[in-house]
Design a protein around this ligand. Structure first.
Ligand code: NAD
Length: 458
C-alpha cells in the first residue's frame, strides 16, 4: 500500500478517536456481534485462504483459528460491561472525605502487527481485545500469508469503518513506515529479532508494547510419565500446522531409561495421526514458503534422522521428523519452526532444569511426569511464559488465563480480562468531597498537626 494513503488514513483515524463511538461499551458489544456474524458468513472463504497459504484442513482451521477467535469474541461480549465499569477501591483515612476508583479507558489508537503461522487467529484475537477495550486499530497482517490477509481485509471492511479499524496490507516496508508513527500501544506477534526493532521504535514515542515472540520451548518426559499418552499429545502439539507453532515443543528431553520406548510410541503415533505417508495426507499442512522449508531441511541429515526426513519440493511438505541431538547440535541453537523434533536425553533431573535455564526464557514449557514433587520443582525453578503438565500447547486456548512470554519470548499478555487490560489505561481517580476540608496538610504546621499526620499516615 502507498505510504501517503496509509498516512492520510492513520491521521484521519487518530483525529477522530476523541469522538469515536467505540468509547461506548454498548457499541463495542454491537461491533463484536457484527464481527462474529461476519466471520460466520465468511467461514468457508477463511478456510479456503488458510488452505491456500498453509494447506490447513477445514478442521484444523476451525479448531486452531476460527473457533478460537469466536470463543474470545463470545467471552468479551459477555464481560465488556463489567470490565469497563469504574471499580471502587478503599480510600485511606488521611484522605477523608473522598471516594476512590479505577477508571478503565481505551489506550487510543493501537497498532497490531501479526505473523503468518496462525494468520487469522493472531490478527483477529488481539483485535477483539483491543476493540473490547474501546480502541481504534491499525492492523498489519503478514505479507507471507496473502490469501488470509486478503480475507482479513474483506472482513474488516464489512465490519468496521476505517476510523475504527484500518487494515494495512504489505510487508517490511509498510510495517517500518507504521512503526515510525505515533501510536498509543503496539501489539506485535512475530520473531524476537523484529520484536527488538518494534520496541526500539516504540521508545521514540514512549509507546507501550506487548510483544508475543518465540523461543525454544522444552518438553521433558521423565521415567514416571505415561509414555503412550505423552507420545500421542506430543505428536499432536509438535506437528500441528507442520510444526509452525510458536508454542510447539521445540525439543524433547527424555530420561535415558525410556528413550527407546518413547521414540517407538512417537513413531507409532505419527503413523496413526498422519498416516504412513504424511506427504500424501491432504490434511497435513505445508511449510509457508521456500525460506522456511529450506531452514527446516537444513536441520535434517542422514546421520541424525531417527524417523521421517522425507520431503517434497513441489508441495513444500516435510514429514514429521525425529532427529538425534545434543545441546551443541545445530538444531539446538535457534527456534525450530517446522516439523523437526530433536530428541535429547538426561539422567539427572536437577541438572536438566539448570541446563534449560541457561537458554533464554522460552515461550512455553512442558513436562510429562507422574511425580508431583518434580513437576512442582520444574514449574517453580524454570522461567518461561506458560505451559502444560502432561500435555502441550493447549494452555493458550482459553480466555480465562493470559497468554504471553517472558523477556526474549515476549512482554505482556492477552486473552480475556488481561487482554482487556493490555489495551486499557487505568486512570486512578480520587473524588474529594467538598462539605469538609481537613486542615492537617496545610501550613502552618504545628505539633498537633504533626502528631495527627503520624497517627494517620503509617
Ligand atoms: P516476523 O517477525 O518475521 O514478522 C512478523 C511481522 O513483522 C510481519 O507482519 C512482518 O511484515 C513484520 N516485519 C518483518 N520484518 C520486519 C522489519 N524488519 N521491520 C518491521 N516489520 C517487520 O515473524 P514471522 O516469521 O511472521 O513469524 C514467526 C515468528 O513469530 C516465530 O519466531 C514465532 O515464534 C513467532 N510467533 C510468536 C507467537 C506468539 O504468540 N508468541 C505466535 C506466532 C508466532
Amino acid at each position: 500500500m502507498d505510504n501517503e494513503i496509509i498516512f492520510a488514513a492513520y491521521l484521519e483515524q487518530r483525529k477522530n478517536f476523541i469522538n469515536n463511538q467505540l468509547r461506548n461499551p454498548k457499541y463495542r458489544i454491537q461491533k463484536l456481534r457484527d464481527l462474529y456474524q461476519n466471520i460466520k458468513k465468511l467461514e468457508s472463504e477463511i478456510c479456503e485462504a488458510l488452505r491456500l497459504d498453509l494447506n490447513k484442513s477445514a478442521t484444523e482451521s476451525y479448531m486452531t483459528e476460527i473457533g478460537m477467535v469466536l470463543s474470545e469474541i463470545s467471552f468479551m461480549r459477555k464481560h465488556i460491561t463489567g470490565f469497563a465499569k469504574p471499580r471502587k477501591v478503599a480510600t485511606p483515612l488521611a484522605q477523608f472525605a473522598a471516594k476512590s476508583f479505577r477508571l478503565p479507558c481505551p489506550k487510543g489508537q493501537v497498532l497490531i502487527i501479526s505473523p503468518w503461522n496462525y494468520p487469522f487467529m493472531l490478527s483477529i484475537e488481539p483485535l477483539v481485545d483491543a476493540i473490547a477495550a474501546g480502541n481504534c486499530v491499525v492492523l498489519k497482517p503478514s505479507e507471507h500469508s496473502p490469501h488470509v490477509s486478503a480475507i482479513i481485509y474483506k472482513l474488516i471492511k464489512m465490519t468496521f469503518t476505517q476510523n475504527e479499524v484500518l487494515t494495512v496490507l504489505g510487508g517490511r516496508e509498510e510495517c517500518s513506515f507504521l512503526l515510525d508513527l505515533d501510536f498509543d500501544h503496539i501489539f506485535f506477534t512475530g520473531s524476537t529479532r523484529v520484536g527488538k526493532i518494534v520496541m526500539q521504535k516504540a521508545a521514540e514515542h514512549f509507546t507501550s508494547v506487548t510483544l508475543e515472540l518465540g523461543g525454544k520451548s522444552p518438553c521433558i518426559v521423565d521415567e514416571t510419565a505415561n509414555i503412550k499418552l505423552a507420545a500421542k499429545r506430543i505428536v499432536f502439539g509438535k506437528f500441528l500446522n507442520c510444526g509452525q507453532t510458536c508454542v510447539a515443543p521445540d525439543y524433547l528431553l527424555c530420561h535415558s531409561s525410556i528413550k527407546d520406548q518413547l521414540i517407538k510410541e512417537i513413531e507409532r503415533q505419527i503413523v496413526l495421526q498422519y498416516s504412513v505417508d504424511p506427504l500424501r495426507n491432504a490434511d497435513y499442512p505445508k511449510m509457508i514458503n521456500q525460506k522456511q522449508y529450506d531452514a527446516s531441511l537444513r536441520l535434517i541429515n542422514t546421520n541424525n534422522t531417527i524417523f521421517g526426513g522425507r520431503y517434497n519440493n513441489a508441495t513444500l511438505k516435510i514429514e514429521p521428523t525425529l532427529i538425534a541431538a545434543d545441546f551443541d547440535s545445530p538444531s539446538m541453537q535457534e527456534e525450530i519452526f517446522g516439523p523437526v523434533l530433536p530428541v535429547l536425553t538426561f539422567d539427572n533431573f536437577d541438572e536438566i532444569l539448570q541446563k534449560i535455564n541457561t537458554y533464554h526464557h522460552p515461550l512455553a514449557f512442558y513436562i510429562f511426569s507422574a511425580n508431583k514433587r518434580r513437576i512442582n520443582q520444574a514449574l517453580n525453578t524454570c522461567d518461561f511464559g506458560g505451559g502444560c503438565v502432561n500435555d502441550c500447547i493447549i494452555h493458550l486456548a482459553t480466555s480465562a488465563m493470559p497468554f504471553g512470554g517472558l523477556k526474549h519470548s515476549g512482554i505482556g499478555g492477552y486473552h480475556g480480562k488481561i487482554g482487556f487490560e493490555t489495551f486499557s489505561h487505568i486512570k486512578s481517580i480520587v473524588d474529594k468531597k467538598t462539605w469538609i476540608d481537613l486542615p492537617l496538610r496545610y501550613q502552618p504546621y504545628t505539633k498537633t498537626k504533626t502528631k495527627l499526620i503520624k497517627k494517620f499516615v503509617k
